[in-house]
Design a protein. Structure first.
Length: 133
């Protein structure tokens, strides 16, 4: 997986399997209130949308990112960052549940996993503390 900063500073992720063969892209879309992503095929055609909660910083509850059809009507699956208690909030490990239909195309399954990696990077990873000299 390769991550780069796309147009306007939005984050984009390219998923490859095997290395050098592009399966598709996860593209971030700017939104004032919530995380919004498109899951795209190798031709950058939108295939699915991912819509996050208004706040990913909620203590005491799971953060649910819904995977939906392009028209937003059909629920395809979800990416859920599980809340495992206050002590786990201080740990350096996260627990995600990913749900999708068994008959979903294997490339799109891989793309949902790619979206999970980008969501984890964007919202739940902390930068290491900077040492002052």
């Amino acid at each position: 997986m390769e991550e780069d900063s796309g147009e306007g500073g939005n984050r984009n992720l390219e998923v490859q399997c095997p290395p050098g063969v592009t399966l598709g892209f996860v593209a971030e879309h700017w939104n004032l209130c919530r995380a919004v992503y498109s899951i795209q095929n190798e031709k950058k055609e939108n295939m699915m949308r991912v819509r996050g909660p208004c706040s990913t910083y909620g203590c005491g509850s799971d953060s649910v990112f819904e995977v939906k059809s392009l028209d937003g009507v059909s629920n395809i699956g979800s990416i859920i960052r599980k809340w495992n208690g206050l002590l786990s909030a201080m740990a350096d490990a996260d627990h995600f549940d990913i749900h999708f239909p068994l008959d979903l195309d294997v490339k799109m399954k891989a793309m949902i996993f790619g979206a999970c990696f980008l969501i984890d990077f964007m919202y739940f990873e902390r930068s290491p503390p900077q040492r002052s000299r």
